[in-house]
Design a protein around this ligand. Sequence first.
Ligand SMILES: [Zn+2]
Ligand SMILES: [Zn+2]
Length: 279
Amino acid sequence: MIVRCHGARGSIPVSGEEYLRYGGDTTCVEIRTKNDEIIIVDAGSGIRRLGIKLLAEKRFEYNIIFTHSHWDHILGFPFFRPIYSENTTINLMGCPETQGDIQKILSRAMSAPLFPIQFERLKAAFSYSGNCSHKFCIDSVEIHPIRLSHPNMGLGYKFVEDGRSFVFLTDNELGFRHSGGLAFEDYAKFVEGADLLVHDSEYSREQYEITRSWGHSTYLDALELAFAGRVKRFALCHHNQDRSDDEQDVIVQRCREAIKKRRADIECTAFTQTTELVV
Ligand SMILES: [Zn+2]
Ligand SMILES: [Zn+2]
């Protein structure tokens, strides 16, 4: 499968010359199966650019899976241009137990006086399915959900195709167990041997002294998970809103040094909003 990131920033979109390389858009990941089916994870502001690209490709059928419904993961949805085309068919997938019916939440976010065009006026055809605890398949990809440790809960996912696996755990706090969340050991088991682990790395240790229990991990805790799960490739994501490109470079460098010191065989990188990886 091909994994493309269209938004790696956490919590709020940012702009400015200090954010050009890692990008300012919030969470949106695109997966292409080996048969070129489209799976989109989250509708952060990065989905706006993805929509333009999909229309240029003349692709109109997608599955959108949501990790949870915090603003930064849904705010791009009203600006996803394909929803205004009657050629478009979208299968929305979420977890009603952790986030409610995602279609209702999107509809609420687009209701007056919050947004000028109501969900009911969209031209795309929508179907909705909720799944929380069981694996399901989209085309050739098997998808395993896991509960996140995050305020208001949410789901992480493991995508498996032909024995290759990509685990996406954003908005997951490894250092604090939120209601409905799991222990570090459970996440370590879930990511075991993954070909690619992408994990929330929002904070530094210093920031975390203030932000503990806000729902995000330090990059060092995320790296610890990569070690514990013996993953092959580890990518940081949900970058802090104040973290410049240069500061992000330093963090990646620190992770690489720690990997070298531990003599682990892990390739480490940070997601940018143009990252494309073959898993
Ligand atoms: Zn978030
Ligand atoms: Zn969140």
